[in-house]
Design a protein around this ligand. Structure first.
Ligand SMILES: Nc1nc2c(ncn2[C@@H]2O[C@H](COP(=O)(O)OP(=O)(O)OP(=O)(O)O)[C@@H](O)[C@H]2O)c(=O)[nH]1
Ligand SMILES: [Mg+2]
Length: 422
């Protein structure tokens, strides 16, 4: 595809605006504590984007605390190192944590919560560890994360801990990565969405956007949050008070569409590069003469809006503008959900297919009238829209469609009979 200057600028503006929005977010700051080898790094890599535990390792803050953060991600984690329950070391770790919480208090870097990780097959917990958990709980809300949870024993351990009435905010069983028992028996990952949910209930509202951006365990939730914002944005921008504009002025819609796409991208927090955005814009704007996003989208839109032929050369009403912009936002959210899912799975994204998917979704969403748009938005509540987008993409890839969104977590051992056949 040929890049024209105008087209390029729109893309550049989306990227810059996204970056600006992310840098405006209050970062979310979480302490991750637990004995050596319980699965802290594995948990961090599964819950957050970009393999954060491996790629975001910074300098040690103290002997027992390490800061994990990454440019462009509004999150800071502190990982305990070498936490053994030797009383002397434990005392130092505790001092380090208290000092950190104290130093950062009342600043933008104030800690919001702690995940205290215990391996779920421990079956009992030592008094020294109980004491440490109580101490951390006195300065931060703690979620006890029971890692590598397998079956009934892990659930029983959970009940045992609940019965201890520790001053923690929640106890959550997780399996961060699928666990292979044999080649044929695999325990799928579970519990991460619940952990996201519990974390959101604990951290302050003004850190929610940052947490949503950084997490990758619940992509449906990202989509819903983006969709809710987009619907509100479209309603306030093109609702009552929107003065109809002549079609020749359609490019005044560009800044609004840039804001829309940038904000959605910031909520999603996927690592979109220029090439991807160029493809997504080309998909809706076309590669023809009209290169400015607003104008070409509106021009394209007329092909899809029933009866729109009669208003060509006429005016764009609030209704027309909101249908076009909603379709743009909804399609963009669907496509970003697929990109985010692929990114999480660690699989390659085929840009030409992504462009095709965007075109396909936009075309479909453009034909919806106002009432249908409302229904379509509701589909995000039950993940139908996302599953449909995923199926479309898989079919284009030549893969059999699976349904990754909204799937009930399977908590028992699952046999994959055909695993080896592929
Ligand atoms: N399959 C599977 N393996 C896990 C999971 N959690 C931890 N492990 C395994 O347990 C081992 C230790 O996990 P880490 O995540 O490195 O533990 P850690 O708490 O970060 O350890 P330190 O950094 O040394 O304190 C690794 O070999 C992981 O592969 C899980 O959810 N699923
Ligand atoms: Mg580690």
């Amino acid at each position: 595809m040929k890049l024209t200057d105008n087209n390029f600028n729109v893309v550049q503006e989306i990227l810059e605006k996204t970056e600006a929005e992310i840098s405006k977010m209050n970062p979310v700051n979480i302490l991750i504590a637990g004995k050596t080898g319980v699965g802290k790094s594995t948990l961090i890599n599964s819950v957050f984007r970009e393999n954060l535990a491996d790629t975001g390792i910074g300098k040690p803050v103290t002997r027992y605390l390490r800061k994990i953060s990454k440019e462009g991600m509004p999150i800071v984690l502190y990982d305990t190192r070498g936490l053994e329950l030797d009383p002397k070391i434990q005392k130092q770790v505790k001092q380090d944590i208290f000092k950190l919480v104290d130093d950062k208090a009342e600043t933008k870097e104030a800690l919001h919560a702690a995940y205290y990780c215990i391996q779920a097959n421990s079956s009992r917990i030592e008094d020294t560890e109980i004491e440490l958990i109580k101490d951390i709980s006195s300065v931060l809300p703690v979620i006890l994360v029971l890692t590598q949870s397998i079956g009934k024993p892990a659930e029983e351990f959970n009940s045992y801990l609940e019965n201890l009435n520790l001053p923690v905010a929640a106890v959550q069983n997780v399996m961060a990565e699928p666990y292979e028992i044999t080649d044929d028996y695999v325990i799928p990952a579970f519990g991460l969405k619940e952990l996201i949910d519990k974390t959101l209930q604990l951290i302050p509202k003004d850190a929610h956007d940052a947490f949503m951006n950084a997490q990758q365990a619940d992509i449906e939730r990202k989509a819903k949050s983006a969709r809710r914002w987009a619907s509100r944005y479209v309603a306030t921008t093109f609702g009552v008070g929107f003065a109809p504009i002549p079609f020749s002025d359609a490019s005044v819609l560009v800044p609004m569409q840039v804001t829309l796409l940038a904000h959605i991208t910031a909520i999603f927090g996927i690592s979109l590069d220029k090439a991807t955005i160029v493809s997504l814009i080309a998909a809706v704007g076309g590669t023809g003469s009209a290169t400015m996003l607003g104008k070409s989208i509106v021009a394209n839109a007329f092909k899809f809006i029933p009866g729109a032929g009669t208003i060509i050369g006429g005016i764009i009403s609030g209704t027309t503008a909101s249908i076009v912009t909603s379709a743009l936002g909804l399609s963009y959210i669907e496509v970003l959900s697929i990109i985010a899912t692929k990114e999480k799975e660690g699989s390659q994204i085929d840009l030409s297919l992504i462009e095709k998917l965007m075109k396909n979704k936009f075309r479909k969403n453009m034909t919806l009238n106002r009432k249908e748009l409302k229904t379509k938005e509701l589909e995000f509540e039950n993940d139908d829209a996302l599953n449909e987008a995923y199926s479309t993409y898989s079919e284009m890839e030549g893969d059999k469609a699976t349904i990754p969104f909204g799937k009930k977590m399977i908590r028992t051992i699952k046999q994959f009979k055909n695993r080896k056949k592929k």
